[in-house]
Ligand binder design. Sequence first.
Ligand SMILES: NC(=O)c1ccc[n+]([C@@H]2O[C@H](COP(=O)([O-])OP(=O)(O)OC[C@H]3O[C@@H](n4cnc5c(N)ncnc54)[C@H](OP(=O)(O)O)[C@@H]3O)[C@@H](O)[C@H]2O)c1
Length: 304
Amino acid sequence: MRVAITGGTGFVGRHLAKRLDPADTVIVSRRTGVPIDDVDALTAAFAGCDVVAHCAGINREIGDQTFARVHVDGTRAVVEAARRTGVRRIVMLSFLRARPDCGSAYHETKWAAEELVRRSGIDHTILKAGMIYGSGDHMVDHATRAVRTWPVFATVGCRDRTVRPVPVEEAVNVLLAALEGRVPNPTVAVVGAEELEFATAVRRIARVAGRRPVYVRAPVWAIRVLAQLTEWTMVVPLVAKAQARMLAEGVSEPAPFAPQLPKGIRPTLMFDDERIRAALPDGRFGLRDLRITNCWAGRRRDGF
Ligand SMILES: NC(=O)c1ccc[n+]([C@@H]2O[C@H](COP(=O)([O-])OP(=O)(O)OC[C@H]3O[C@@H](n4cnc5c(N)ncnc54)[C@H](OP(=O)(O)O)[C@@H]3O)[C@@H](O)[C@H]2O)c1
C-alpha cells in the first residue's frame, strides 16, 4: 500500500510516517515543496499512491496561511488530486468538535473540510480526534515548558472542562486501521480511554516534570486575551485562539455526534506518568520562542 501523508512533517504525520515503509510513503508539506492548495503539485505527489492520510492543518493563521486557505482550499485540492490520480481512500484527521456556525474559524473550516471529503465520492474515513499527545506534541510540550518557566499556571473558568487525551501511538493505530479500510464508519470519534479535568491533566504533567506551580483560575475572556497576545508575539503561541476555545468547551465529546471506534481499535491507554514522561520536551520557554527574536536572528543569518 503506497501512502501519501499530507502534514507528514507535523506531529501526528511524523509518527504515522515512522510506522510505514519509507519506500512506499510520500510526505506532503510546505517543507517538502508541496503546499496543499497546489493541485498540480499534489497530483504529482499522489501519483501511484493507493491512499492519502490527510493530516495537514494549522491551529493559528499567519499571513496568507488562513484557516480557509489551508483547511478548505487545501482539502478541495487534496480531493481533486486524489480524483485525478485514482487514490482509493482518503483518511482525514479532523478535530473532535469541528462543526459549522460555532463562531470559531478553526472549527468551522475543519468542518467544511470534512464535508468536502464526505461529498468527494471517494471512499473515506473522517477521524474526529480529541487532543493527541506524545513526543513532539503541542499539549504536553506547552504545559511542561510553561510550568518550567513560570511559577503560576492559569486554568480556564470556574468550572473545569474535561479532556480525553489520546496517546499518539494509539492515534496512529487508528490512522493505520482506517488506511487499511478496517474502520467501518465513514466518520468516527477518536478519544482517549481516560477522561479527566484539564487542571488534573496539567497537575499530572507538572508532577512528572518535577514542578509545583500555583494554580489560578482565569476567566475565559482572559485566556482569549492571552491567546491573542501570544499569537502576535510567539513563534508557536503558548495558547492559540482555537485552543482557548477548546479549553473553554472541553475536548471529550464529539460535536456533532460521531460514533465510537469499534473495540480492538479504540484507545485503551491511560494518561499515566510513563506516557507523560515519554512526551516531555527539553527546556523551557525563552527568547527563541518570540517572533521578534526569530525575525532578528533570521535577518542576521541573511546578512541584514
Ligand atoms: N495534535 C492534535 O492533538 C490534533 C487533534 C485533532 C486534530 N488534529 C488535526 O490534525 C492535523 C495535524 O495535527 P498536528 O498536531 O500533527 O499538527 P502540526 O504538528 O502543526 O503539523 C501540521 C502539518 O501540516 C502541514 N501544513 C500546514 N500548512 C500546510 C500547507 N499550507 N500546505 C502543506 N502542508 C501544510 C505542516 O507542514 P509544513 O509546515 O511543512 O507545511 C505540518 O506537517 C491538524 O489539521 C490538526 O488540526 C490535531
